[in-house]
Design a protein around this ligand. Sequence first.
Ligand code: DHB
Ligand code: MG
Length: 224
Amino acid sequence: MNKSYAAQLSPETQKWIEETFCPEDQQLAEIRQKTEAAGLPAIQVGTFDARHLEVFVKMLGAKKSIEIGSLGGYSALCICRGMGPAGKLYCLELEADYAQVAQNNLEHAGVGEQVEFLIGPASDSLQKISSQGPFDLVFIDADKVNYPKYLEWSMNHLRVGGAVIGDNTFGFGYLGQTQFEDDEQREVGEAIGQFNRVLAQDPRFKTTILPTSEGMTLGIKIHD
Ligand code: DHB
Ligand code: MG
């Protein structure tokens, strides 16, 4: 019983877990396929990150959520499933054509009534829905350099007991690096670093980072 952590997550164990938990069902597989067929980038959350989202949302009892960066609606379906039919999700998406694909996918999946799309820069959309708060969940998965801005807004507009979740919080491997190939890498690394640091250290939140394939940071608001 002295195997290393890496050995515990052997390829055989990983395969067994995939087959046992089946994180991607038919409905999600269809969204993945339709999103790629529509020419959108294949950068939706991983299958287990999607499952994590659904379970966390259910555990939170979230009924009013925001997703920043919707792409083809894959993670939005998981959030809607977690909330159940009484939940409402604001989907913030910069690209109108991505939002159209997402809306079609979500309507087809039977949750179209629960989602409201706001198209354009997320910072503008967040201002527009400020008065609808406080919110139960903000899931951040959009342009990485603006993660700190989205986080600040989220921290101020969540209810106590609500949570902020960030995708890609390993920063594509740039986190903790001092050498970068270009300015974009540096900016992304610094922004994701700031996002994690601020959320980890703010006394209003209790925060962890899950070692999923790309990193998922999860902070729950413990007081105002
Ligand atoms: C990229 C963005 C994402 O949100 C992600 O999960 C993977 C990749 C990207 O911009 O390359
Ligand atoms: Mg992502």
